[in-house]
Design a protein around this ligand. Sequence first.
Ligand SMILES: Cc1ncc(C[n+]2csc(CCOP(=O)(O)OP(=O)(O)O)c2C)c(N)n1
Ligand SMILES: [Mg+2]
Length: 383
Amino acid sequence: MAVTRKTRSDLAASVGLTDADLIAMYRTVALARAVDERIWILNRAGRIPFVISGQGHEGAQVGLAWPLERKKDWIAPFYRSIATCLAFGMTAQDILMAQYAKASDPSSGGRQMPGHYGNAENNLLSLSSPVATQMLHAVGIALAAKIRRTGQVALTSMGEGSSNQGDVHEGLNFAAIHRLPFILVVENNGYAISVPTSKQLALENVADRAAGYGIPGVIVDGSDVLACYRASKTAVDRARRGDGPTLIEAKVIRLTAHSSDDQQTKYRPEHELAELRTHDALPRFRDELRDAAVLTDEIETGIAAEIKAEVDAATEHAEHEPDPDPSTAMRWVFAEDWPSEMPPAWGLGGHRAAAGGNHGTAGEGHGTADEGHGAAGSEGGGR
Ligand SMILES: Cc1ncc(C[n+]2csc(CCOP(=O)(O)OP(=O)(O)O)c2C)c(N)n1
Ligand SMILES: [Mg+2]
């Protein structure tokens, strides 16, 4: 990467970061946009089947993910979370491999629906298609972190429409009662597919609901990357101190249709679409960093060239990787090998006996899966 400057501008100092941090954040926002735009081109060219886009959410996602510690904390993302995943350790190539559903796609080996990213080695939970189900998974991770005293924080993100699901109430209530190290991010883009916010909730802000759980509810401008960073840093610090969860609502924009199967001009007025770009975090962050003399022409040009090369190389790689072998389709549908016969460091407690009992059942499932394996031979599978 072109940036080696160790200087600290007033802007960086104001958020407790370095200029290099700010440039890395900008690069991640710009990379997410470039990957997203490439995915749409590939879809229109008939190379990949379906796009669900993060355009308009990237600045908020990068600012909110940044204070979490990679490979220690956990994030349960949603389908618009390309920038979140990139900020947390996935690469442009990882994203493209999922879009192409290749055998070596690290998200799922081509099993998941496009846009369902996940990456075990970077503590990014694989997502489920029913919206908001990741809420309970993330709260469960936070509970485990508290029981094991690992100091980890779990964050999950979702749209404002999804935040009306029952799982969210259960999760927030439980997390608040037990003061879990948990953060719920609601990326409010004003629509759930074609349904505007006014038809999704009877109050203006999702964050106002936090009071009902006795936790902080924070509203943040999703086009302001550093405001998102500050809100998340406060929530992460609070969670690590053992003071419990925070609900952060980021007001973002959806620059594209809901997905490549949607036509938003059918339900969004022309004037609304015309002024959307004035709320885009990418040019705003670029201008902010240029005004602070953190981003220079030279650095910006260097980043643009690096991103283009990275996205081109990722596309080229994904294009030429093999598709999954159809005979392996049943792989990873059922539990396969028990990860280890050794109990984990925190012990299995009373669960060991139950696990032994379940093992028999899982073993039957195994048999089926193993037959699939046998047919598959050795296959380059996902992580
Ligand atoms: C439980 C469930 N109901 C419905 C759907 C279909 N669906 C997929 S995305 C979506 C809209 C969600 O809107 P929002 O939460 O605001 O997120 P956005 O897409 O706007 O980012 C719906 C209804 C689903 N996947 N799961
Ligand atoms: Mg929405």
